[in-house]
Design a protein around this ligand. Structure first.
Ligand SMILES: *Cc1c(COP(=O)(O)O)cnc(C)c1O
Length: 234
């Protein structure tokens, strides 16, 4: 992918987000386009940075650490969006600027310990399994209010909202049901806590316009921006 085509893809995706906002009567300034750069080379991130982007989504601790060090000159913000094992919490605690995939209390405690040790507070989103698919991570929607109460005891974590991956299907109604589960849950949490929980990270390359129409504040776009990923075989 050349620098110009990454810039063009970013602009095209932004235009689609803005159009979805217009359809839903929303302010485009309330929706972040987060380029998901996992598996793509640092040149691709430099190109996106040249086109005005300063925050990137990554999903593997080692890759995050390597890219953050290689691109230290750009002062980028790093959003960790992947499943994180508790024994890898250090990297995210030290390097990430936001963590969107908090999916267990054990992980929350491990992160909190690391964060408090270095005097950092990390914005986090709680991952919700809105589709009920057993292959997807995240808490069941019904568990989330209790989880949020437990997380409040952890001073290193600043809970800003919720994240989900919708059902992986062409059935728009099924995808919409996932997004609606999220906005219902957000409303319930706001009720219980008197506000907050503004961040709602939902929408990927295949479903981001619908996500925006349903209230997303952050769409995570990989393929749409950087092209197909070659997953290295383990
Ligand atoms: C890889 C990934 C994305 C981006 O997926 P695309 O379909 O390529 O846009 C978004 N969210 C999460 C959590 C991911 O792991």
């Amino acid at each position: 992918m050349t620098e110009t085509s990454i810039a063009a893809r970013l602009a095209a995706a932004r235009a689609r987000i803005d159009a979805a906002c217009a359809r839903a009567g929303r302010d485009p300034g309330d929706v972040e386009l987060l380029p998901v750069s996992k598996t793509h080379p640092v040149d691709a991130l430099r190109a996106a940075h040249a086109a005005g982007h300063a925050r990137f989504g990554e999903s593997r601790p080692q890759e995050l650490e390597a890219k953050a060090s290689e691109l230290a000159d750009l002062g980028l913000g790093w959003v960790f969006i992947g499943h994180l094992q508790s024994n890898k919490a250090r990297v995210v605690a030290e390097v990430a600027d936001e963590f969107q995939a908090l999916d267990s209390l054990r992980l929350a405690q491990a992160l909190d310990r690391r964060l408090q040790a270095i005097g950092r507070r990390l914005p986090v989103l709680v991952q919700v399994n809105s589709s009920g698919e057993s292959t997807k991570g995240g808490f069941d929607p019904d568990e989330v209010p209790g989880v949020i109460r437990d997380l409040r005891a952890l001073d290193g974590l600043d809970v800003r909202g919720l994240m989900t991956l919708a059902a992986n299907t062409d059935d728009a109604d099924a995808v919409r049901a996932c997004f609606t589960t999220m906005t219902d849950l957000q409303a319930r949490l706001r009720d219980e806590h008197g506000g907050g929980f503004d961040a709602l990270s939902m929408g990927m390359s295949g479903d981001f316009e619908l996500a925006v129409e349903c209230g997303s504040t952050c769409v995570r776009l990989g393929t749409t921006i950087f092209g197909a990923r070659d997953y290295p075989t383990p």
